[in-house]
Design a protein. Structure first.
Length: 94
């Protein structure tokens, strides 16, 4: 007996409901991750005064990389980053 691909791929009602619920949950999780991430990126490249005033939400106001410059000039951050690279490399080798 030959099974047609069309018949084999037919989904039952319960399967369709299950996949719809999974898709809705995945969409909610995606939105819950993307909104804060977008807001964080917007705040990181916006003018610091606009961020402090609370005017930045989802879209950057102005453009400034002052925050990144401050991080790169802080020796503690660079030491921590070097430690992260070292430990990751050592664990990978082991």
């Amino acid at each position: 007996m030959k099974v047609k691909i069309k018949d084999y791929l037919r989904l039952s009602i319960s399967d369709k409901i299950f996949y719809a619920v999974v898709d809705i949950i995945a969409l909610i999780i995606l939105i819950a991750v993307l909104i804060p991430l977008c807001n964080l990126i917007s705040a990181s490249i916006s003018e610091p005064t606009e961020v402090l005033k609370g005017k930045v939400f989802m879209l950057p106001k102005g453009f400034s990389l002052a925050g990144y410059a401050a991080i790169l000039h802080d020796s503690k951050i660079l030491t921590g980053y070097a430690n992260t690279i070292f430990y990751t490399g050592m664990i990978t080798v082991l």
